[in-house]
Design a binder for this molecule. Structure first.
Ligand SMILES: Cc1cc2nc3c(=O)[nH]c(=O)nc-3n(C[C@H](O)[C@H](O)[C@H](O)COP(=O)(O)OP(=O)(O)OC[C@H]3O[C@@H](n4cnc5c(N)ncnc54)[C@H](O)[C@@H]3O)c2cc1C
Length: 396
């Protein structure tokens, strides 16, 4: 290790969590050296437009960049793209990049994000079946859509519903097929599920709930999606949104504990079992003081907030991560859904407003206390939801 280059802070991962940590270190006056090592081809970028503006061609991939090109140099953050960390030794505080460089670090953040969950079904390798995680995936899908008429979207969560809305807006005939009865029903209940299903159907999407995809059919290229109940859905293109798997490979190889969700186990301050080594974002399973249990959350604002908390703790703050999670989703230009809270396992939902009129809030309660809310068209409810979630967690 004598030839290894020393850095004060090593940020592993090229997403918003690592980038937010870099920004927070400098915002707090940290003068030491910071190296961000990323597997990506490009500097850190926003993923949410991948299912929305980038897919519909309302923006190009350059518009997704988190920072202007000169920002990294100005902030004295050494940015290495195409330079994944291949191995990590938390005892000697050193890392090896695939570029063969060895780095010795004072503190490190692992923010390696998540990967798409791929369906291992008959016909899964046919051409025309797409997954969305990086901008290049949206560009390939865009190119493949040119001659396509029928698109089958698999999965009733955010990726699936957003893609169905975006592709319908592009004039494609979309069928959304999912295991649950209604889209988004599992995490957010029947009222939200019905609202989303009605909205999609009104705009021409065929919504098929309680269906399991069994196989993809075609010769070389996909032609149909076959379900367990025996439906054969014609498809020129298929998009799968079947969830994400935390990318904890590097951490597991380094001997760090992995939690039940597959994320890196961290304490409430986002520190792993190795002192000075933190995790943040989609890959981080932490003891949440607000949820009062271990959780892992996959939303952009949460990843940013955790990158900031980890950075402050690297500088000695030693505070738990206690930001109430927030996220948004957009179904074309038709509706924006926003959520604030720690709802998780809620046991009661209360609906205020008028879902049919496109303006309502679902409040989630656990043991009689509000723990979160999802709203469409009533953003003023979000502050109340945040305050109530803090009360429910005993943080006022
Ligand atoms: C298509 C899509 C749409 C989304 N839309 C929304 C939305 O509307 N609203 C919302 O709130 N959230 C949305 N999300 C979720 C949000 O984008 C994620 O929660 C967020 O990107 C997580 O950031 P992260 O930094 O933790 O991980 P990532 O963005 O996954 O970044 C992790 C990075 O680490 C890199 N990496 C992995 N291993 C290594 C290694 N060994 N060495 C170096 N680098 C490595 C990866 O290449 C990647 O660049 C969306 C996600 C996707 C995929």
């Amino acid at each position: 290790m004598s030839g290894a280059s020393p850095v004060d802070v090593l940020l592993i991962g090229g997403g918003v969590a690592a980038a937010a940590a870099a920004e927070e270190l400098r915002a707090h006056g940290f003068e030491g050296s910071v190296l961000l090592a990323s597997r990506e081809l490009e500097p850190p970028y926003h993923r949410p437009p991948i299912t929305k503006a980038l897919l519909t061609g309302r923006c190009e991939r350059e518009a997704l960049a988190l920072r202007e090109a000169g920002w990294w140099e100005e902030q004295r953050v050494e940015l290495r793209t195409r330079a994944p960390v291949m191995s990590l030794d938390v005892a000697t505080r050193s890392a090896k990049l695939t570029t063969k460089e060895e780095i010795r670090f004072g503190k490190a953040l692992i923010a390696t994000g998540a990967m798409v969950r791929r369906l291992r079904l008959e016909g899964a390798a046919l051409d025309g079946i797409h997954y969305l995680r990086a901008p290049g995936n949206a560009m390939s899908l865009r190119a493949d859509l040119a001659g396509a008429e029928h698109v089958v979207v698999v999965g009733g969560s955010f990726i699936g519903t957003e893609v169905a809305a975006s592709l319908t807006a592009l004039g494609k005939r979309c069928t959304l097929v999912m295991q649950e009865q209604l889209p988004l029903e599992r995490p957010f209940g029947v009222a939200v599920g019905r609202f989303v299903a009605d909205l999609l159907v009104r705009h021409g999407v065929q919504v098929l709930g309680s269906e399991d995809v069994q196989a993809f059919e075609g010769e070389g290229r996909v032609q149909a999606v076959v379900t367990l109940s025996g439906r054969r859905l014609p498809a020129d293109v298929v998009v799968v949104g079947a969830g994400a798997i935390p990318d904890a490979t590097l951490a597991a190889k380094a001997g760090l504990a992995i939690g039940e969700s597959g994320g890196i186990r961290c304490d409430a301050r986002l520190e792993t079992g190795a002192p000075g080594v933190y995790a943040a974002g989609d890959v981080c399973e932490y003891d949440s003081v607000l949820h009062r249990r271990a959780v892992r959350i996959e939303h952009e604002a949460h990843a940013i907030a955790q990158g900031r908390t980890a950075a402050r703790n690297m500088l000695g703050a030693a505070t738990p991560h206690a930001d109430v999670p927030y996220f948004w989703a957009e179904l074309g230009d038709w509706a924006m859904l926003e959520y604030v809270g720690t709802a998780g396992a809620w046991d009661e939902e209360r609906v205020e407003g008028d879902p049919a009129g496109g303006s309502f809030t679902t409040w989630y309660l656990r043991e009689g206390m509000i723990t979160g809310a999802l709203t469409v068209g009533r953003p003023e409810d979000l502050e109340r939801a945040r305050a109530r979630a803090l009360v429910a967690a005993g943080h006022t």
